[in-house]
Design a protein around this ligand. Sequence first.
Ligand code: MLT
Length: 332
Amino acid sequence: MTPAGTRKVAAYLGALAGLSLTLAACSSGTDPAAYPEDDIEVIVPFSAGGPTDTVTRMIAEPMSEDLGVQLVVQNIDGAGGTVGAGQAATADPDGYTVLMHHIGMSTAPALYDDLAYDPIADFKPVGLVTEVPMTIIASSDFEPETFEEFVTYVQENADTVTMAHAGEGSASNLCGLLLTDALGVEVTAVPYDGTGPAMAELVGGQVDFMCDQTTNTTGQITAGEVKAYAATTPERIEALPDLPTTTEAGQPDIQVSVWHGLYVPAETPDEVVTQLTDSLQAALTDQGVIDQMANLGTAPVSEEQATPEAHATLLEEQTATWADIIGASQGG
Ligand code: MLT
C-alpha cells in the first residue's frame, strides 16, 4: 500500500475510533472529554454517620477538589446495603452516579434470592479504597469485662442477649455470624439500617453488643462510652493498642476485615472510569485522608489496589468465597 494509502486508512480508522467514542458518549449521555461538568452523586447504601458514610466523606472532599465538581453523598439505606446498590445499578451510566460499597457487595448474591442486581455484571469497579478492621464491643453496662468473660456470659445467656447489625449481608451481620458460630450460640439479632444508628442504641443501652468497624467504634472505645473486648484482626490495631485480638483471646476463627470500593454502572464509558480512578488514587495519597483513616484504625489501600483490575479480582474472589461459606452455613 502506498504511503498516501496508509495515511488514508489511518485517518479512516482514527475517524472511526472517534465516532465510536462519540457514539459511546451519546449512549451514556456523557462526553468523556468534557467530564465532569456537574456534581457527582455518591450513593452510600447505609445510614449517615456509620462507617461506610465516614469513609466516603473522607475521600469525597479531595476528590471534589481534584475533579472540580462536588461529590455529593446520598445515603440510601436498607436491606443490608442492597437497596442503595440496586439504585446505583440502574442509574444513568454517565459518570454522575458512583456507589461506595464494601464486603456486602460480595455477600448479597448468596443471601438474597431476589437480588435486583448482579454485583459483577451490572457494575464497573473503579478501585478499592480501604480495608477496615472490626471490633467486638458492648454497651457500657453489659456485665462481662473481658473477652473471655464475654464468651462465657453470652454462652450462658444466649436466650436473653441482643446483638445489633446493619441488615443481612452487612459487615456487622457477617462478623456477628462468625462470632456466634464460634461461640456455638444463637442470640437475638436486632437489625438497623446502618451501624451509625446501632451505635447510638448501644451507647444508650438499648442493645447489648455488636461487631463493627473501627471507623465507627474507635471514638466510642477511646472515650470509654462502650466496652471493647477484641479486634477481629491478626495483629492489634495501632489506634487501639490496648485492645487484644480474637486470636490472643483464643478465638482465631473470628477474623474479618471490611474492604470498601467505588463502583459505577456497567455501561459507564471507560474514559470516565479512568478519570474517577485517577482521582481516587490521588485522594488516597492525600495526607488528610491518611491521617483521618489512621485515627480511625485503618489506612488507604495501595495504588495498585486502587485500580479497576484489582477491585474486580477481589470482588470475584470474595463473591465465590462467601457463596461457599454462606452455602455451607445454610446446609447447602
Ligand atoms: C455502615 O456503614 O453502617 C456499616 O458498614 C454497616 C455494616 O456493613 O455493618
